[in-house]
Design a protein around this ligand. Structure first.
Ligand code: AMP
Ligand code: MG
Length: 419
């Protein structure tokens, strides 16, 4: 994508001699220029967790009138400045139906929470502090201050006030506020459309009966879940056999459907049947990188064609999902207007010794616990094979081992990503 980079050539390295692209550099390239992918208007009832595309002004003031905050009696504070004070009850104000008259000297109106405070009254005597007498009289047992238990009109917000700004996620609080501001429809960032294509002649959909040499495709489901969790929508492109023409046709489908992102699963390596890179090139996808200094997940591709970003993940399930977690999730979040919230490493201590690392950054599946001081203790799982989904699911975290990290003793500090 970028032409100004000083990083290693993105051309496929047949010799393996050129250094692999560091993970952070790869992530920076994937996220380069990724921001909100567009705008649309949606009914507020469908806007939960969407991101506001523009500032939102209140369409009314809240509360719209001076309102009682308590059940009790609307009074003139001067009449009950000293207790006890006797007042004549002349009517009733309830939420949704005001008292139309005026409260004069020595008078009170029975009032309930949310009811408009009647004209003339300027405070509410709570009913716990009132004693009812026969003949429609009450005695105020406590002095009343002006404005007591009254929510002034506009106390919460005024008409025209901007209360929610562009970029704000409509979480459960913001959504209710937008409703109180009386917005039936809100402008939000469009959900990025992510096409997902599994490749492999051995793959069949989950739930079907595989032939003797076939396996069940599984990665697309985890990848789809990452997409929706980060604010995207998915366009499932199914399974393509390892045939360049078939894969290319599905890539065209992604381009023609104006997807924002295409994720390919499998076929990313350099074997005779790894055809994704060639198929992408045949559809004019400009490959930015093909291999990165990461384990699992070295054969990972990124490229663009027009407005479409293409992420080519390896087929091994653990590699696919870690690639999705590290690269796709932040990309989708960025396009959805949530900001590219790449997972942030936390600090912990190793529970066991680990050996020195080679040229690639490792993401080891690990369990987490806490020591007596509350420090996170990280235990890498015994099996780290990139095909082992059972171990992936058992893991709480990915232990990060930097390229060329020296051997480390039990108790040594370490960094990890929580899963
Ligand atoms: P590949 O990256 O195509 O060389 O695939 C590597 C390994 O992952 C092979 O054992 C494939 O059978 C397996 N694999 C590829 N794609 C998927 C998938 N979508 N779901 C599960 N396993 C896969
Ligand atoms: Mg394959």
């Amino acid at each position: 994508m970028s032409s100004d980079t000083t990083a290693p050539s993105s051309a496929p390295a047949k010799t393996g001699a050129s250094p692999l692209l560091p993970v952070d550099e790869a992530l920076a390239r994937v996220l380069a220029g990724a921001g909100p992918c567009g705008h649309e208007s949606v009914p507020l009832v469908e806007a939960a967790e969407r991101v506001l595309a523009s500032d939102l002004k209140a369409r009314r003031r809240q509360p719209p009138f001076d309102a009682s905050a308590m059940d009790g009696y609307a009074v003139r504070a001067t009449d009950a400045a000293e207790a006890p004070a006797r007042l004549a009850v002349i009517g009733e104000a309830i939420a949704g139906r005001r008292f139309d008259g005026t409260v004069g000297p020595g008078q009170a109106v029975r009032i309930f929470t949310g009811a408009p405070v009647p004209q003339g009254a300027d405070a509410v005597l709570i009913q716990e502090n009132a004693e009812r007498h026969d003949g429609g009289e009450i005695a105020a047992l406590e002095p009343v201050r002006p404005g007591q238990h009254v929510r002034r009109a506009g106390f919460d917000f005024e008409e025209g006030q901007i209360l929610l700004t562009a970029g704000r996620r409509l979480d459960f609080r913001a959504l209710s506020l937008a409703a109180a501001m009386n917005h039936p429809v809100v402008p939000v960032v469009r959900r990025p459309k992510v096409a997902i294509l599994s490749t492999g002649s051995e793959l069949v959909p989950p739930g079907t009966i595989p032939g003797p040499d076939e396996i069940v495709a599984s990665n697309h489901l985890g990848i789809a879940a990452l997409v929706t969790a980060n604010g995207g929508i998915t366009l499932p492109l199914g399974i393509a056999e390892d045939d360049i023409g078939t894969i290319a046709a599905r890539i065209r489908e992604a381009i023609e459907s104006e997807a924002d992102v295409l994720v390919t699963l499998g076929g990313a390596s350099v074997g005779d049947h790894d055809l994704v890179a060639a198929a992408l090139k045949s559809e004019n996808v400009k490959l930015d990188f093909w291999k990165i200094a990461m384990r699992p997940g070295k054969p990972m591709m990124f490229g663009t064609v027009g407005g479409l970003r293409v992420l080519g993940l390896p087929g091994n399930p653990v590699s696919s999902l870690i690639g999705g977690f590290l690269f796709l999730a932040p990309l989708v979040a960025a396009l959805a207007g949530r900001g590219a919230a790449a997972p942030v490493p936390e600090e912990g201590r190793l529970s066991t010794a680990i050996k020195a690392n080679d040229t690639r950054r490792d993401y080891l599946r690990a369990r987490l616990s806490r020591d007596a001081d509350g420090v996170a203790v990280v235990t890498p799982l015994g099996v780290q094979d990139s095909s082992m989904m059972s171990a992936m699911v058992e893991a709480d975290a990915l232990l990060i081992r930097e390229p060329f990290a020296p051997a480390a003793e039990a108790g040594a500090p370490c960094r990890f990503l929580r899963l």
